[in-house]
Write a protein that binds this ligand. Structure first.
Ligand SMILES: Cc1ncc(COP(=O)(O)O)c(C=O)c1O
Length: 393
């Protein structure tokens, strides 16, 4: 007989809720930040470059340009790729809205391509059939940490003259055909928000092998300022408008320390994902995430899909039941084209991207972060098994 979930009057698996993601800060991290705060430079100092060099090395890329957030990194990358009013950028609906917002910030039109059938990554066949005369860039998203089909996208982008700006906000530490994410696209952006693989509080970066892009990005994050080589000491020019998207030195000190342990963090995330997949094998109403050949995910999140036909409950009931067990489950993501701004500004509507909408209707994100204890992991297994076994037909 199935165990009664808390929402049906049973005892919850946890009394203290477990979030879906969480930062991990060590005493050594705190010490590194404090030491910068007590020093000479708390912003625009040497720690920024040290962090950038270390990140670039980790991604096997030539340059990294630190930014104040992943969103700022996306905005900057879109702007230096030439996106402006009268042009378009393509992205995918299953993403955090920042991927599409960044295109809109530049005055360009965000255009969506539907998700693939197996996983909500930009579908390269659908991309191929886009008549993108005004398109300048494509922004594939490595959803959940799983790399998008980067070779296929590269081929299409090359043929059309588009730049590829990979939104790898979820994917630091992931690999694609043996290569680290960050070395493949024209520009790759990362986010260092606390739920990501490493954190700087808020923060992000653009990684690229193109020196021209790197210079333009550094200028864009600093008001658009450039300093001509032979000029008076005080002189600078602003040939094109930029922003203040700088990341502070004490945040970079945190990032640098966090980066040192990236491999161990990713290994822990992958071990938890493996444990979940094994435990959920017998649950017919749950489809765990899988990896396409050649792809290794760093598991920013653990998104499951419900097989709703196998259940007596809908997604909302399962979501509420998991919350009642003490799991801080979430849903990733509401398809971006369905937000009010996208409907009213660009005319998008329900039904425009059916595979993305179908994915959204049955997705739930379970807790996964590298600071989870083994007992936290077993709580997720127990609560998920209990809820889904109870509601399975
Ligand atoms: C796919 C994606 N892109 C971009 C961002 C923006 O990153 P940030 O929160 O650092 O601005 C996020 C944030 O979670 C994201 O999930």
């Amino acid at each position: 007989m199935a165990v009664r979930p808390a929402i049906e009057g049973g005892r919850p698996v946890r009394n203290r809720p477990l979030p879906y993601g969480h930062q991990r800060i060590t005493d050594a991290d705190v010490k590194a930040v404090a030491s910068v705060l007590r020093g000479e430079w708390i912003t625009q100092g040497p720690m920024v470059e040290r962090f950038e060099r270390s990140l670039a090395r980790r991604c096997r890329a030539k340059y990294a340009v630190a930014m104040s957030s992943g969103t700022a990194a996306l905005h900057a990358a879109c702007a230096v790729a030439g996106l402006r009013s009268g042009t378009e950028g393509i992205t995918t609906p299953i993403t955090f809205s920042a991927s599409a917002n960044a295109i809109a910030y530049c005055g360009a039109r965000p255009r969506f391509v539907d998700a693939a059938e197996d996983w909500p990554l930009l579908d390269s066949e659908a991309l191929e059939s886009v008549d993108g005369s005004g398109t300048l860039i494509v922004v594939p998203v490595d959803y959940g940490g799983h790399p998008a089909p980067l070779d296929e996208i590269r081929k299409i982008a090359n043929a059309r003259g588009w730049a590829v700006i990979e939104d790898a906000a979820h994917a630091l530490g992931s690999t694609y055909k043996g290569k680290p994410v960050g070395t493949i696209s024209d520009m790759t952006i990362f986010s260092f928000h606390p739920v990501k693989q490493i954190t700087t509080g808020e923060g992000g970066a653009v990684v690229t092998n193109d020196g021209g892009y790197a210079d333009a990005l550094r200028s864009f994050r600093h008001h658009g300022i450039v300093k001509p080589e032979r000029s008076e000491p005080w002189f600078y020019d602003i040939p094109r408008l930029g922003h203040n998207f700088r990341l502070t030195d004490f945040q970079c000190a945190l990032g640098l320390r966090q980066l040192e342990r990236l491999s161990a963090r990713v290994a822990r995330r992958r071990a938890i994902a493996t444990r979940y997949a094994k435990a959920f094998r017998t649950l017919t109403a749950l489809e765990p995430p899988t990896e396409r050949p050649g792809c290794r995910s760093s598991y920013h999140i653990y998104p499951i899909r419900l097989r709703l036909r196998e259940l007596k409950a809908d997604r909302r009931q399962v979501f509420d039941a998991l919350r009642a067990e003490g799991l801080g489950v979430q849903v990733h993501y509401i398809p971006a084209h369905l937000f009010g701004f996208y409907r009213s500004t660009y005319g998008y509507k329900e039904g425009d991207f059916p595979r993305a909408e179908a994915f959204y209707s049955r997705e739930i994100t379970l807790p996964l972060f590298d600071g989870m204890s083994d007992s936290d992991v077993e709580d997720v297994v127990e609560a998920t098994t209990k809820v889904l076994a109870f509601y399975t037909r």
